[in-house]
Design a protein around this ligand. Structure first.
Ligand SMILES: [Zn+2]
Length: 208
């Protein structure tokens, strides 16, 4: 099976209501981290971002915010953006629309306790039904990615993650990493190297 690191531009254009990539005329990239907050992974990523003075976007799982409220507050206090990634990391295609929307709203409510009203949503596994998409798009910007690092793949090495970033990043790329236990080994080692390479190529960083 062919592994996809980047959907072709023509395919991205078929989904105009979804954000894949931002302004292609400017040398800016957007680092994103899904599935946290997780003790030891998110906290380490925050330390790396702090070291390089980089702002990023975290698509958080509600149940992980419940377990690690202090780390969620740290993400916010360090000036990063947050988005909704459902409460239970639900697979859209296997979940009835109402249950899915309720789960998304639960994370909105939880975040509102921290003074955040998330504008951004990323579906787990990058998939949801048309009905789910339609309902969520009424209140959130749906964000996918331009570069998928596959940092969660146990067969991949940090060097492979860096190679993917070097090969596929372009102006305006939204780059997908994970602050999850599965990704820990790859993301913690690869992230500083990716940031250093992006800086050496003249990219600056912004949050969504
Ligand atoms: Zn996820």
């Amino acid at each position: 099976m062919r592994i996809l690191y980047q959907f072709p531009t023509w395919l991205q254009r078929c989904y105009p209501n979804v954000l894949w990539r931002k302004d292609s005329t400017r040398k800016i990239v957007y680092l994103t981290f899904d599935d946290g907050p997780i003790e030891g992974v998110t906290t380490e990523i925050l330390a790396i971002l702090r070291r390089y003075d980089v702002k990023a976007t975290f698509f958080c799982v509600g149940d992980n915010i419940r377990k690690h409220p202090d780390i969620f507050e740290l993400i916010l206090s360090e000036g990063h953006s947050v988005g909704n990634h459902t409460y239970h990391h639900l697979p859209g295609w296997q979940t009835p629309a109402k249950a899915y929307i309720d789960d998304v709203r639960s994370t909105d409510e939880l975040m509102s306790n921290y003074g955040v009203s998330p504008r951004l949503f990323r579906p787990p596994y990058g998939r949801m039904s048309l009905s789910q998409k339609h309902q969520i798009a009424a209140t959130h910007k749906i964000v996918l990615w331009d570069v998928l690092t596959h940092d969660y793949n146990p067969r991949y090495t940090p060097q492979k993650i860096l190679d993917i970033v070097r090969r596929y990043t372009r102006n305006g790329s939204v780059i997908n990493f994970h602050d999850s236990v599965k990704s820990e080994k790859n993301v913690i080692s690869a992230l500083p190297e990716c940031i250093k390479w992006l800086m050496s190529e003249g990219y600056s960083f912004d949050k969504l």
